[in-house]
Ligand binder design. Structure first.
Ligand code: CU
Length: 95
């Protein structure tokens, strides 16, 4: 859940948020997801993070007045289900 506030701490409603997840090591395809406004100023998203480890989540936000900005945060040492292995996450197809 993401909470979007302005400088004075007021919730920002009606923004569009797009998330991009990248891992800290090279060679992986970024994961994208949109976030929905669940309640005023609070946004939720289901992202499929396909591998255990360290993720950096970039948030691309577009405000109702058209201004855009980016923020990022980190998810350290994500622990997915045991069946997820480093080389084959659940969103990949085996060929
Ligand atoms: Cu990875």
């Amino acid at each position: 859940m993401l909470r979007l506030t302005d400088d004075s701490g007021t919730a920002v409603k009606g923004a569009r948020l797009r998330l991009e997840g990248n891992m800290s090591h090279p060679g992986m395809t970024p994961v994208f997801a949109d976030a929905q406004e669940i309640e005023p100023g609070r946004y939720g998203s289901n992202m499929v993070l396909s591998m255990a480890g360290d993720w950096v989540i970039l948030v691309y936000a577009t405000l109702p007045d058209g201004r855009k900005f980016e923020r990022q945060f980190e998810i350290k040492d994500l622990q997915p289900p045991k069946s997820v292995e480093h080389s084959s996450g659940p969103i990949r197809t085996k060929t």
